[in-house]
Design a protein around this ligand. Structure first.
Ligand SMILES: [Zn+2]
Length: 120
């Protein structure tokens, strides 16, 4: 089952950049299945140029490799359901940005695996 449209997955600058590996796509879909609520995607794939325009984005952001997703979360209930589903799907790099209304998840195996952090 795939819950996500190409338009949600590909770079939002319109360049069509989409290098998400099938395993990552499968795992996000698994989380979405567990959550049972829509994932409103804020950012998934990013080309280098689009990535560099994002405030606070790392030069080697996993978004460039298509293995990071920012999901819009408007309240605590939504945050809980989505983070819970990501953990159950086996993700171990989750950043919660309550003040910026999104949850970031990635599968960057070259970086520290920290399970979950709340970014205040
Ligand atoms: Zn782009």
């Amino acid at each position: 089952m795939n819950y996500f449209e190409e338009s949600e997955i590909a770079c939002q600058c319109g360049c069509g950049h989409n290098v998400t590996p099938p395993e990552f796509l499968e795992r996000i879909n698994k989380a979405r299945e567990i959550a049972g609520i829509p994932f409103n995607i804020n950012s998934w794939n990013r080309c280098q140029q689009h990535n560099d325009k994002q405030p606070g984005s790392a030069k080697h952001s996993p978004h460039i490799r298509g293995i990071a997703v920012d999901i819009v979360t408007i309240d605590d209930t939504q945050r809980f359901v989505i983070v819970d589903s990501l953990l159950k799907a086996g993700f171990n790099r989750i950043l919660i940005y309550p003040k910026r209304y999104f949850v970031h998840v990635d599968a960057d195996e070259t970086q520290e695996q920290y399970i979950m952090r709340i970014m205040l």
